[in-house]
Every structure is written in C-alpha cells, then in structure tokens.
Design a protein around this ligand. Sequence first.
Ligand code: PGA
Length: 248
Amino acid sequence: MRQTIIAGNWKMNASKEAVNTLLLGVLKGMMDVKSEVIVCVPYPYLCQAEALTTHSQLKIGAQNLNINISGAFTGEVSADMIKDFGVEYVIVGHSERRSLYGETNKIVARKVQVALDNGLTPLLCIGELLEEKESGNTKNAVARQINAVIERVGIESFKGVIIAYEPVWAIGTGITATPQQAQDTHAYIRELLAQNDENIAQSTSILYGGSMNPDNVDELIACKDIDGGLIGGASLKPDDFLRICKAG
Ligand code: PGA
C-alpha cells in the first residue's frame, strides 16, 4: 500500500513574513492530515522552515541541488548544505529547470544520483511538452526521461525515489490533465518501471503535478496509480494546500 504524498513547490515565491504565515497556517491544520506532507522552500528560507517545523509532521524539501559537493561553483548549493537545514527531499528535473536552465535528461539523472548518494529523497519530475502531447509522443517523452535515470542509478535505486508526473502544458496554466489522461500516463510510468522490476514498480510513489487544486484533487487522487500531488500555485495558499493535504 503506497502512502499518499503531498508536496508543495513554492518555486521562487517567499519572504520571511510569508514563510511564517504559510507554514504556521499549514501546521495548525496538520492534525487531521494522514498523508505525508513535504514543503519545498527556496534556499534562503530553509533555516526558518527548519525552525518552524521541527517536531512536526511537516517535512522540508529543497527545489534543486548542484551535482558537486563543494568547491568553486559560485552561486550553487550542494546536497550537504541543504541537509544541514533538516532537508530530506529535493526536487530534481522540474520542467522549469529543464526549459530555463538547460537541464538535460543526463544532468537530471546525475542529480538524482547525487541526491541518493547523499541520503536525500529526490522528487524526480518528468512530463511531456504540449507539442509532444499533441503529436502523440507523451509516452516517448516520459520513457526517455525515466530511462535516462534508470540507466544512471539502476532500478534498485528507485526504492529511494519519488516520481512526479507533471505534464508541462498543465503547470501553472490552470489546465489540469483529466483524471483519465493522468491515470493512463501514471500506469505507463509504472509499466516502464515494471519492465525492470515489478516489486519496485508497485512500491514507487508517482505523484501528479500541474494545476492540482482543492476542486480537482479528489478525483485525481482516487485514480489507482496516482499516489499524491506536487502542488505549485495552490501551495502558496495555506487553506487550499491544507484541503489538498486532507484529500489523501
Ligand atoms: P502548479 O505547479 O500547481 O502551479 O501547476 C506545479 C509544479 O510546477 O510543480
């Protein structure tokens, strides 16, 4: 039985005041939440987030990491550094990093490896572009993304990986994949894993991301192969985020 996981991705949205409001707002409703809840905050607020969430059910994640552990990499942040702030999870390969910062499938696979080697759980984001969807290439796109990681880290390592399927056309657009569209791709991703190891395929959590909100969460999460959500916009509104967390 896979536990429902809800992860918030604040992206580049925060201030000291907003972090207090958001985290305290979520924490006050956590007693009714059965899902595992992760909030991925921008680097400068990790210390504040750690202080606010210690001894709570709320787990902290980062949104990226560098493939190196230390050294002359100006402006970059390593796995060790984020771990210093109680971080257990890290988003890897978000479509914004792939499209805006040139992260290829190879780079993403290396980041998954670095996260795993350093005791972090990667939230591996995959998903097709609008053109790929429209040309009937959704399966090819997600297969390339998943297989690049399997080749690098091996299927066994997926025991420590959470996958987030985020169709790029659904991210931040208000257009959500229908439950059927999402379920079909989630089932395909599980099948890709099963081609390598059936048990790992069954135990791997596959979250849906892309305009998930309090109105569509129930029907998405009810799908057999959807194990939770990666939430962008709605994670910035504590009441909406809590409602999503309670859906599990
Ligand atoms: P969204 O973002 O919920 O605002 O669509 C999801 C994500 O980018 O992870």
